[in-house]
Structures are given as structure tokens and as C-alpha cells.
Design a protein around this ligand. Structure first.
Ligand SMILES: NC(=O)c1ccc[n+]([C@@H]2O[C@H](COP(=O)([O-])OP(=O)(O)OC[C@H]3O[C@@H](n4cnc5c(N)ncnc54)[C@H](OP(=O)(O)O)[C@@H]3O)[C@@H](O)[C@H]2O)c1
Length: 329
């Protein structure tokens, strides 16, 4: 039986551990749409899964990878036919159900999103869960009144995947974007995506006042922890924060004054949404929110490069997005 490449997590260690190997179609997970996977992106969550740093893999062995794009090979569901280009993410992909780091996979039709016009398969994978999260963050901030004339927008964890795409989208929409990073050597990269200013995290004074100087009309936060606490205290009146990340920690100290005196809105931002909401965000990412610099943000890597990619992400050494390109041998 034909064997194909797959990166699978096995039941070793506390939360599992991943390795590159081969599998066969006889091992496919449940589903009625068979996809030849073209690209699968590397997300922070995938690094946690592969390295057993968090309880994400719920069964073993599990193909890791929380998003994928590819072409339908066959479908038992009339909504899809061979040759259709599709995106799959969410619904437990790469956690409960085999994910994207395999050359082929089988998925329930209810999870499958047709590639929207305006995006190539590479674009969609360069965006992936990270870009989709950036799209949701911008969408939520706009729904809560953020407009370019309200003031500056801070993007924290700026060189990361979600943040790089957010900078690109926000600058395209005309916002004055301030990138906050621990990697000042990447300042030129951040400016090339559209950041108007780059701030050094190592020089940041978090302060201790219940209200700090009001600096930001909006904020996109990948980092969490005490930096999120500082952000909440540093927002302008009616400022909006899209918070989705914990790359820098989980807990923060806070007080109610930013909420009751400045009307600050903390917008919990989660990528798991019903299919129709997902499709709507993908439509925006293919049109008015389409980033201008995806080729700069994302680089193609070989399947064999996954282990290195995970280690770089966990050590905060990575920049932008990395996409496994199965055509690269
Ligand atoms: N809620 C959701 O639905 C959802 C969806 C997608 C992602 N997320 C979360 O959002 C965060 C960002 O995801 P991502 O895929 O963009 O990750 P990523 O590419 O690894 O980016 C994270 C960035 O955070 C910064 N950072 C600051 N302190 C860090 C630390 N102690 N360790 C590692 N990075 C640190 C780094 O940028 P600088 O050096 O430039 O500061 C790093 O590049 C992650 O926590 C991820 O789990 C959540």
C-alpha cells in the first residue's frame, strides 16, 4: 500500500511527542472528503503539540498541524468534487483529528471551506490559523468602533505570525501601527510590512499606576501576561484590545479603572467559530483585509524542516510565518 509522509505525535512523555514518519490511507481519520494537501502552516500551537508542551493532542498517533490547504481528490459529499481547492482548520484539527502535516488526509465535509476567489493556495496557507486570527482581531476591533483617526494601534509580539499579518492588514487600512518586539534587529522587516514605529520590548517600562498615560486607540496582543496588564492601563478612552495570545504568559494583574473611567474594551479573540463566521472572515481576508506582503511574511519550508521550525517558534527565534510545501521533495 502507498506510503506517504506524515508528522505524527505519539504517546511518549507527558503530553506526547512528534516525529516525521510515513503512514498509509488505511490509517485515515474519519471523514468524507479526501484532500491532497499542498501546504500546511506552522503555528505556535503546533510547536506546543509536537514538543509535548501542552495537552493539545487528545489521541495517539495524531497527525499534527492545525491548518491545511489542498485539492479535493474525491468526495462522498455533493458539495465538493475532485479538483476543488479547499482550506481546513478548527473543529479539533491537529488535536482530536488528524491535521495538516501529511501529504493526504480525510476530513468531514462540514469542516471544509472552499478557497475564496482572490487567494491562491499558498496565500491561504501563508495566512493559515494565524492570519485568520489576525483577520478576526481586526474585524472585532472595527465592530467596536476602531478607525484610523482615533489614534495609534499597538501590535505586540510583532515579529510573530499573527502579529506580522495584523501589521500588514492594519497599515493597509490606513492605521498608524506601532510594532512592539523583542527583536529590534527585525525593525526593517516590521517597517517593510507597514509599521510606522518600532518599540523595543526590552526598554518597555510597564509601570504600576492603575491608569498609565493613554497611548493607544487599539491593540493586538499575542503575548498576554503582565504586558497585557500594562496595555489595558495604557489605552485611550474607548480603546479596544484584541487579546488572543499567551506567548509571554497567562496571568496579569489588573484593576477596573481602565474599564470604568476610560471605557476600555478587552475583546477576547478566538479562532474557533462556526463555519459561516469562518467563511465570512476568509472572504474579508481575500478582499478588503487581504495583506499586501504575504510573500515577505511567509517562507516555504520542506517537510523535513518541521522540527527546526518548532524549536525556533518556542524559542521566539522565528519571524513571520512558515509554510510546509509538500512539493519541495
Ligand atoms: N486565541 C486563539 O484562537 C489563537 C489563535 C492563534 C494564535 N493564538 C496564540 O497567539 C499567540 C501568537 O501566535 P503566533 O502563531 O503568532 O505565534 P508566534 O509566531 O510564535 O509569535 C509569537 C511572538 O510573541 C513574541 N513573544 C513575546 N514573548 C515571547 C515568549 N516568551 N515566547 C515566545 N514568543 C514571545 C515574539 O515576537 P517578538 O519577539 O516580536 O515580540 C514571538 O514571535 C500564541 O500564544 C498563540 O497560541 C491564539
Amino acid at each position: 500500500m502507498e506510503k506517504f509522509r506524515a508528522y505524527r505525535v505519539h504517546d511518549d512523555g507527558k503530553f506526547g511527542s512528534g516525529r516525521a514518519e510515513t503512514m498509509t490511507r488505511a490509517e485515515f481519520d474519519a471523514g468524507n472528503v479526501m484532500v491532497r494537501i499542498a501546504f500546511a502552516s506552522v503555528n505556535y500551537k503546533d510547536a506546543l503539540t509536537a514538543r509535548g508542551k501542552a495537552k493539545i493532542a487528545r489521541r495517539f498517533p495524531l497527525v499534527a498541524g492545525i491548518d491545511l490547504v489542498g485539492t479535493v481528490e474525491s468526495s462522498e459529499d455533493p458539495r465538493f468534487k475532485p479538483g476543488d481547492e479547499v482550506i481546513v482548520h478548527g473543529f479539533g484539527l491537529g488535536g482530536d483529528h488528524d491535521g495538516g502535516y501529511a501529504e493526504f488526509g480525510r476530513f468531514p465535509a462540514e469542516w471544509v471551506i472552499p478557497l475564496p476567489e482572490g487567494l491562491t493556495l499558498f496565500d491561504a496557507s501563508a495566512l493559515g490559523v494565524a492570519g485568520h486570527t489576525a483577520g478576526i482581531a481586526v474585524d472585532l476591533m472595527q465592530l467596536n468602533g476602531l478607525m484610523p483617526d482615533k489614534g495609534k494601534v499597538l501590535v505586540n509580539g510583532a515579529t510573530g505570525g499573527v502579529a506580522s499579518v495584523a501589521i500588514d492588514i492594519l497599515s493597509k487600512l490606513g492605521f498608524h501601527v506601532v510594532a512592539l518586539t523583542g527583536k529590534m534587529n527585525e525593525a526593517d522587516y516590521l517597517r517593510s510590512l507597514g509599521a510606522a514605529e518600532v518599540l523595543d520590548r526590552n526598554a518597555l517600562q510597564l509601570g504600576t499606576k492603575p491608569l498609565e498615560a493613554a497611548m493607544w486607540a487599539g491593540a493586538v496582543d499575542s503575548v498576554g501576561g503582565e504586558q497585557l496588564g500594562w496595555l489595558i492601563r495604557s489605552m485611550q478612552r474607548d480603546g479596544v484590545i484584541a487579546a488572543f495570545g499567551n506567548a509571554g504568559g497567562v496571568e496579569f494583574k489588573g484593576n477596573v479603572l481602565p474599564f470604568i473611567l476610560r471605557g476600555v474594551r478587552l475583546l477576547g479573540t478566538n479562532v474557533e467559530n462556526p463555519l459561516e463566521r469562518k467563511k465570512a472572515i476568509w472572504q474579508r481576508l481575500a478582499s478588503d483585509l487581504k495583506p499586501r506582503h504575504l510573500e515577505r511574511v511567509a517562507r516555504r519550508i520542506r517537510f523535513e524542516g518541521l522540527d527546526q521550525a518548532f524549536d525556533d517558534l518556542l524559542a521566539a527565534r522565528a519571524r513571520g510565518r512558515q509554510v510546509v510545501d509538500f512539493s519541495l521533495g
